[in-house]
Design a protein around this ligand. Structure first.
Ligand code: 2DT
Ligand code: MG
Length: 188
């Protein structure tokens, strides 16, 4: 019998929602519970494309909006063979941002052009300002209306441990039901 595939668990949200902290804690907890689980993040800044993105985000370089959108996409596609291999081997992947950030942040950019006057002070990286994050949040809410995806909303205003517990329980459930959707359907 083929091994059960792993679950693809994506944490999405605006900056400073606690995604990176929670992703790390989730992988730790899943491994401690006897699952095989590994952490991925996007953008993955270590690859050649990732280095271009990192430089762009740090405002050390400018890239045309459509081009940078495609670079973010390429930065995910270059990991897809690895993702498929891990999942088919039964490894659960916890992913700190995925394509939804791609849509939400590019979408927020389009919206911001319409309403540029509301732009707040910039943080040290591109996109790190309140008005932009608010736009991104609106885009995330729009994306969550797509019911074909198994979205679960977590209240990130609770304590780190309480949020972790919510995510851990939801993730255990996702791992149990992960075989319902065959791997081949994930990238259609
Ligand atoms: P981190 O702070 O999480 O490293 O993210 N972003 C991310 C996009 O604009 N498009 C994408 O496809 C992805 C994955 C969100 C750095 C910033 O990159 C943005 C915040
Ligand atoms: Mg950031």
């Amino acid at each position: 019998m083929a091994a059960r595939r792993g679950a693809l668990i994506v944490l999405e949200g605006v900056d400073r929602a606690g995604k990176s902290t929670q992703s790390r804690k989730l992988v730790e907890a899943l491994c401690a519970a006897g699952h095989r689980a590994e952490l991925l993040r996007f953008p993955e800044r270590s690859t050649e494309i990732g280095k271009l993105l990192s430089s762009y985000l740090q405002k050390k370089s400018d890239v045309e909006d459509h081009s940078v959108h495609l670079l973010f996409s390429a930065n995910r596609w270059e990991q897809v063979p690895l993702i498929k291999e891990k999942l088919s081997q039964g490894v659960t992947l916890v992913v700190d941002r995925y394509a939804f950030s791609g849509v939400a942040f590019t979408g927020a950019k389009e919206l911001q052009l319409v309403d540029a006057a509301k732009r707040g002070a910039f943080g040290h990286e591109r996109y790190e300002n309140e008005a932009f994050q608010e736009r991104a949040l609106q885009c995330f809410h729009q994306l969550m209306r797509d019911t074909t995806l198994n979205w679960k909303m977590v209240d990130a205003s609770k304590s780190i441990e309480a949020v972790h517990e919510d995510i851990r329980v939801l993730s255990e459930d996702a791992i149990r039901t992960a075989t319902e959707k065959p791997l081949g359907e994930l990238w259609k």
